[in-house]
Design a protein around this ligand. Structure first.
Ligand code: 6PG
Length: 483
């Protein structure tokens, strides 16, 4: 049996797992490593063993035996059944007080269930969202751990040692109990979907609408990335657009099949939001837009039998007019992006209330400033807003964001109207604008919906001028009765 010397272990050595193990080792941790097939473990040690101290193990028992107490192991295997199998194998070999961390993109209700089952066995279970992809795992991810306060005491310093650093602070915080970490990671991914869709719509308007080349648009995104839109996603968008396909010499973006894939976290964000009655419209439209892109049969049918409509071209009389529209798109992107983040934070707030988690929204914004996919300069402003102690129901009421959206709204409206006129789909831009106008509306047509509901189903309604619940006798004399 190996000497119990490792302060942390990693199970599952595919790219994410081995990069995380290397990051841990590079930061002075002694890292036990285990993979179902030993070949991967050997490769890691051969190729990167010199980067720090690794303790390779051939069996789960050997792996657990090499961990110092409280034994702490991060599982980096496929979400779903493989995760359950590994959690059980570890729990069988571990002792009360030990800590099992699931670093995958687990669905938070699964994390709640697993945490309860493992807690009942006297161990700790931490669902930890990890963002930043392969590069982040190696050089500094943003991490969102849930679980008990006690597990955080051991795990916190370890995660802090490998997290991305933003303005001197590690991008990790204890989010809340049981599934809180995976919940916040789920919403992170939802915002990621919205942000990517908004960037995609901007690209479409410039490419199809204004007829700009991929290279010109790449340079436009490079410019945008220097200002208030400064973010990882805008930065990599420029990189993707600059890229030229070696086989054909065409812009890379032109040789990629336009069916967007998804692994499910965006869908979970929307499903969860629906059950919480939180309108995350930007995220929902982003998920549906990926769905539409992949409706192969329908799109093929329309290619053969076109549906009539305008040709997507935006007319402009001068270079100045064209430049003005590009600037309008930039502003529309900024305003819609603010709405997407505001909606995401609304969902976190609603989830926290539902599940009794105490989540510090300012801290969430702070750990998203570095390492993660949605890292963006304006997250500083979001954390300032939440940390200010100012009371607001929506981030859109914070003075900074209120002014930002108000300033951008003429451009935003122009972009949405133009897109509708020329026939370019902008579901995320337009739904974000409608959300904004919905919030602004003094009276909503929901009053009429209440009337309809009462008419066909006696669902009752409230009155603006008196308390109580009422019903109109629609099929009788149409007098009103108290319900
Ligand atoms: C991250 C990413 C990561 C992954 C997404 C991609 O934060 O590092 O969100 O978790 O890339 O799962 O999701 P889709 O395949 O659904 O686009």
């Amino acid at each position: 049996m190996a000497e119990a010397q490792a302060n942390i272990g990693v199970v599952g050595l595919a790219v994410m797992g081995s990069n995380l193990a290397r990051n841990l080792a590079r930061h002075g941790n002694t890292v036990a490593v285990y993979n179902r097939s030993y070949g991967r473990t050997e490769t890691l040690i051969q190729e990167h063993g010199s980067e720090g101290t690794f303790v390779p193990a051939k069996t789960i028992e050997e792996f657990v035996g090499s961990l110092a107490k409280p034994r702490t192991a991060i599982i980096m295997v496929k979400a779903g059944e493989p995760t359950d199998a590994m959690i059980n194998a570890l729990a069988d070999a571990m002792e009360p007080g030990d800590i099992i961390v699931d670093g995958g993109n687990a669905y938070f209700p699964d994390t709640i269930r697993r945490e309860k089952a493992i807690r009942e066995r006297g161990l700790h279970f931490v669902g930890c969202g990890i963002s930043g992809g392969e590069e982040g795992a190696l050089n500094g991810p943003s991490m969102m751990p849930g679980g008990t306060d006690e597990s955080w005491k051991t795990l916190g310093p370890i995660l802090e040692s490998i997290a991305a650093v933003a303005e001197g602070e590690p991008c990790v915080t204890h989010i809340g109990h049981d599934g809180a970490g995976h919940f916040v990671k789920m919403v992170h991914n939802g915002i990621e979907y919205a942000d990517m869709q908004l960037i995609g719509e901007s690209y479409d308007l410039l490419r199809r609408g204004l007829g700009m080349s991929a290279e010109e648009i790449a340079s436009t995104f490079d410019e945008w990335n220097k200002g208030e839109l400064d973010s990882y996603l805008v930065e990599i968008t420029a990189e993707v657009l600059h890229h030229v396909d070696a086989k054909t010499g065409k812009p890379f973006v032109d040789v990629v099949v336009d069916h967007a894939g998804m692994k499910g976290t965006g869908t979970w964000t929307v499903q969860t939001a629906l059950s919480l009655a939180t309108p995350v419209t930007g995220i929902a439209e982003a998920v549906f837009a990926r769905g539409l892109s992949s409706m192969v049969a329908q799109r093929e049918e329309v290619k053969n039998k076109p549906l009539a409509g305008p040709d997507g071209k935006i007319a402009y009389a001068s270079e100045e007019e064209k430049a003005a529209f590009v600037e309008a798109v930039r502003q529309a992107l900024y305003a819609s992006k603010i709405v997407a983040y505001a909606q995401g934070f609304d969902e976190i707030r609603a989830g926290a209330a539902e599940h009794d988690w105490s989540i510090d929204l300012g801290a969430v914004a702070r750990i998203w400033r570095g390492g993660c996919i949605i890292r963006a300069k304006f997250l500083n402003r979001i954390s300032d807003a939440f940390d200010s102690g100012e009371k607001f129901e929506s981030l859109l009421q914070d003075a900074y964001f209120k002014a930002a959206v108000e300033n951008a709204q003429d451009a935003w409206r122009n972009v949405v109207a133009t897109a509708a006129r020329v026939g370019i789909p902008v579901p995320a831009f337009s739904s974000s604008l409608s959300y904004y106008d919905g919030l602004r509306s003094d009276r909503l047509p929901a009053a009429l919906i209440q009337g309809q509901r009462d008419f066909f189903g006696a669902h009752t309604y409230g009155r603006v001028d008196m308390p109580g619940t009422f019903h109109t006798l629609w099929s009788g004399d149409r007098s009103e009765v108290e319900a």
